[in-house]
Design a protein around this ligand. Sequence first.
Ligand code: UD1
Ligand code: CA
Length: 457
Amino acid sequence: MNKISAIVLAAGMGTRMKSDLVKVMHPVAGPPMIEWPVAAAFAAGVERCVLVVGHQQEKVRDYFAGRTEVGFALQAEQLGTGHAVRCAMPEIEEDAETVLILCGDTPLLTADSLRGMLDAHQQSKACVTVMTATLDDPFGYGRIVKDADGKVVAITEQKDASEAERLIREVNAGVYCVDRGFLAEAVARLENNNAQKEYYLTDVVCQANARGLACRSYQVADPLEISGVNDRVQMADAAAVLRQRINRELMLSGVTMIDPSVVYIDRGVKIGRDSVVYPGAVIKGNTVIGERCKIGQNALIEGCRIADDVVVKAGSVLEDSLVGPEAAIGPMAHLRPGTELSAQVKIGNFVETKKAFMGVGSKASHLTYLGDATIGRDVNIGCGTITCNYDGVRKHKTVIEDGVFVGSDVQLVAPVTVGRNALIAAGTTVTKDVPADSLAIARSPQVNKEGWTLRKK
Ligand code: UD1
Ligand code: CA
């Protein structure tokens, strides 16, 4: 295989998005839109991608920072697709034989199609291969003009096309394979004498023909793949297709989805086999979920690592947390960042945790806040327990050692340590460390006044 570099056009603002954020940085099924075509290019065998950036270039550069296989070229003024490629050429290595050109706003393009096109380009020995699709309504796209042998002789933009050309339904997808040496010379010579006063990349086809070099087309199997995103309606449509692909792949790998049309899983999420995902679940970030888990209705999981045999019940929110095997969470629990639950931990309804570690088999079953806490194994946290971790200025730690039983309605005023196997009586406000094996009780003794309510009547 010869060396292939890619150019991804992403300098435009995308005004139809009506957004303060540049179009290609809008998230689509997880990552920014531009991640999708870039990832497809690499998956198809491209070694290096040069992104043509302009509007909000620092946002695009920041997102790809640290990825040495991604380079950048600045196009300060958007003078057309041909001008964009001209700006990128100095960044393309001379030993690249073929340049793949694509757009940052076509997230549905697959690696399979790009691979097919690259193979076809190599086999036909064409100088230029253009990806095309045949549409029922070709309006707005460049039309593919061919000769009797099926060679591409020109690509004519909607605004420049004649009546006859406008009837052509085979359109330019905006994706090309071009021999690098020819491309470098051709884009240097482009002119902007057309309806939009732009430097059209499509004019390289005419240049190739003028020099007797072959231009071929490669029809994409599914025209849906070439859909570009121009506004937020098209972005939602594209996201729906990408989610369908993600869900389908997960299901084929052994994950059950009760209704995949209402399950929202980001690119990159991993879920083990025989796990079941219920309707309304949203799973984001680099979440990894093990085997035989149940992800309940309307659960929101982001940036978590969840082991095997975990049950996340309806309405729970889990953020940047680790969950050990056979743990049970929810319904309506909230694991905030820095939560680490060991095996068989139980977190019940209306329990919130934050920077909290819980040892094997510990339970907090109802109505509890555990923040900045280290909790040992086999600890029972009673209903209504609160770690009072914040004094208005600083956060303080609560340590609860193995085997402790915390009764209901207990406040632990941090910093405080409860020694192993201690028992905290219900209703206690713990303000001092509790030694191991002892009972802590802090509540006023009860007084019964007999006959009191009768006398009040
Ligand atoms: C282009 C093609 C058209 C094709 C269509 C497919 C040309 C002249 N026409 O038209 O034949 O059917 O794509 O979608 O190439 N961009 C830059 N810098 C620029 C101009 C554009 O980076 O100076 C980027 C845009 O941000 C966008 C992409 O290139 O991501 C395509 O540009 P756009 O103006 O949308 O091209 P079309 O007019 O749709
Ligand atoms: Ca245009």
